[in-house]
Ligand binder design. Sequence first.
Ligand code: CMP
Length: 142
Amino acid sequence: PLQRTLSIIKPDAVKKQLIGTILQRFEQSHFTIVAAKMMFLSREQAEGFYAEHEGRDFYEPLIEFMTSGPIMVQVLEGEDVIPAYRELIGKTDPTQAAAGTIRADFAESTRYNAVHGSDSPESAAQEIAFFFTDDEICPATN
Ligand code: CMP
């Protein structure tokens, strides 16, 4: 089915000037960018976005990292884009990520792992609504 997913280019990748390279991979995979913006997450926003991980040992460093610099959030649209995006980025731990995936190529560690993508249609809907209003999303024309 036609799906939308929430994609984040994280502070490590923004600092390394990889925005263009990563967006190019999305477009080469025929994902349509239907919304995009740069933002600097507040602590409150980061805690809200990652609320499901509260209490985990990696939670506090994750919040520190995600508020350490600007991110670029996008909504991507395409046929089965939710699993297709996750395949393109590779596993959370870059040492486990398949060759040629974004994380294998650009992530330093499980924490500094360059990108985020929604893991299900339910989380995609929730995560898209967290960052974008309906009128900020431009319907795909192709
Ligand atoms: P993300 O896809 O943004 O979703 C949750 C994030 O928490 C994940 O990417 C990683 O950046 C981070 N994360 C998940 N598991 C661990 C872990 N074991 N150690 C450090 N960070 C983690």
